[in-house]
Design a protein around this ligand. Structure first.
Ligand SMILES: C[S@@+](CC[C@H](N)C(=O)[O-])C[C@H]1O[C@@H](n2cnc3c(N)ncnc32)[C@H](O)[C@@H]1O
Length: 310
């Protein structure tokens, strides 16, 4: 169980620091697993060739680099993040793709943007809102820096909506997976590692996630409501998800210790002997499941919400 830490400055510093050692593996997994949602997010932004775009919580740059590559030579992107490690990998990626003159990665807090009013045509943000202790402040900032008529598109991790065709189809497709899970033939990230880590390493009392995510578990309602409250109009939502099969227990471990805030942060607080014990238990369980003909699964689900500044 995660506890809520009232010291948000400390929370932000620790959250950013927790990404530094995993930035390279984060980049590798994001490239493998987040390309479809990043592509959809950029498509929803409806960018013109000369737009100026802000990517909030840019990480290693998957969205920022896609956006700048899709625009013309005068298109510009600023990606902001608080993690030095993530920013460094993002800058390397920009240089490696010959895009460094049109995309800039800056260290900045989403809740206090050092950007002029009305200076962007579009603001995008993938899988970052859940990290901000005050999402309403971050969204007001995104609204402030957008020009009138500018577009916001953000995505948060979320289960499939129950009352929609896409949600229904997704859940029907999941049925064989649920059967396999009950037969002990499927392990699902990041619940699998999080459960194991929570058993070995009790919470230190420090927040692993921003407190509001525990009060607002229904992202399909709360995120559009936050966006409306920040002053955006024409709000639209859609959902997309996929199940990825991970080939080896080693890859499954690295993926979850990279992507799960709980596991990443708790394992960083204990000795290497404890980490080795958790890893051994993890590997043994994965191998047992695979020997029964089972599979290691990483499900992703993203709620994409867009809005326009009046
Ligand atoms: C789950 S990662 C997503 C990164 C990237 N958008 C992607 O999808 O690959 C969340 C990112 O938000 C950043 N972040 C967390 N709190 C932040 C804040 N207050 N301001 C700016 N960035 C923040 C983290 O450092 C991390 O890089």
């Amino acid at each position: 169980m995660t506890t809520v830490n009232p010291n948000h400055a400390e929370f932000k510093t620790q959250d950013a620091a927790s990404y530094n050692p995993v930035a390279q593996s984060f980049d590798r997994f994001v490239t493998q697993l987040s390309a479809p949602v990043a592509a959809r997010l950029v498509a929803l932004a409806g960018l013109a060739p000369d737009n100026h775009v802000l990517d909030v919580g840019a990480g290693t740059g998957i969205v920022a680099l896609r956006a700048v590559a899709e625009m013309g030579p005068s298109g510009r992107v600023v990606g902001i993040d608080l993690s030095d490690g993530m920013l460094e990998v993002a800058r390397q990626n920009a240089r490696g793709r010959g895009l460094a003159d049109r995309v800039e990665f800056r260290k900045m807090d989403a809740e206090s943007l050092d950007c002029k009013d009305g200076s962007f045509d579009a603001v995008v943000s993938l899988f970052a809102l859940r990290h901000f202790p005050h999402p309403e402040t971050a969204l007001q900032e995104m609204h402030r820096v957008l020009r009138p008529g500018g577009r916001l598109v953000l995505a948060v991790g979320s289960g499939a909506p129950w009352l929609s065709l896409v949600g229904l189809v997704h859940r029907l497709k999941l049925l064989p997976h649920v059967v396999r899970r009950f037969q002990g033939k499927q392990l699902v990230a990041c619940k699998f590692l999080d459960g194991m880590v929570a058993a070995y390493v009790p919470s230190s009392g420090k927040s692993e996630e921003a407190g509001w995510t525990h009060e607002h578990t229904h992202m399909q309602q709360s995120v559009p409501a936050f966006i409306r409250a920040a002053g955006f109009q024409n709000i639209r939502s859609e959902w997309q998800g996929q199940q990825s099969i991970i080939n080896t227990p080693e890859e499954f471990w690295e993926l979850q210790t990279t992507f799960s805030s709980l596991s990443r942060k708790r394992l960083a607080t204990v000795s290497s002997e404890v980490v080795a014990r958790v890893r051994q238990d993890f590997m043994n369980t994965c191998r047992e499941v695979l020997s029964r003909g089972g599979e290691l699964v990483y499900p992703t689900g993203a709620l994409l919400v867009s809005g326009r500044r009046a």
